[in-house]
Write a new protein. Structure first.
Length: 144
């Protein structure tokens, strides 16, 4: 029977030209590791006669990743962003999410680093840093 445990979840990202082998992302924030934004899967139009029509619309899949300031993976994202700044271009990423508790694997295709936090907010203790990677496609499959 599936459970709701997130403790055994894994996120890996490879960045072509920088990190060719998948990097295991570690050191997630408390209660908020990574999330995908809901997308508009179809566009609909209601005719004047009251009949609804719709069609498939391809849209990007934004994904937020929140890491503790002490996460070793912050260095990977910092390198990714710094190298893009240095060359004036972007790198393409591929990734995967493994959620054993529900028996699903999500394949992340053709991603770009679209938002980055330059440094953690300095408060009583250092706060989490956020990164957004926007994917062309996310494919869900059951695990064997």
């Amino acid at each position: 029977m599936p459970t709701l445990s997130a403790a055994n979840s894994r996120l890996s990202i490879a960045v072509v030209g920088l990190f060719s082998s998948p990097q295991a992302i570690q050191g997630f924030d408390v209660d908020d590791s990574f999330t995908a934004t809901a997308i508009d899967n179809a566009e609909t139009r209601m005719g004047v006669d009251g009949r609804l029509s719709g069609g498939k619309v391809y849209v990007p899949y934004p994904m937020m990743i929140k890491l503790q300031a002490t996460s070793p993976s912050v260095g990977m994202f910092d390198t990714w962003g710094t190298q893009e700044d240095a060359i004036g271009d972007v790198f393409i990423a591929e990734g995967s999410i493994f959620l054993p508790s529900i028996g699903r694997v999500y394949t992340l295709q053709n991603g770009f680093l679209t938002k980055k936090t330059p440094f953690p907010a300095v408060k009583k203790i250092l706060q989490a840093v956020e990164y957004e990677v926007t994917w062309e496609r996310i494919i869900s499959t059951p695990t064997a």
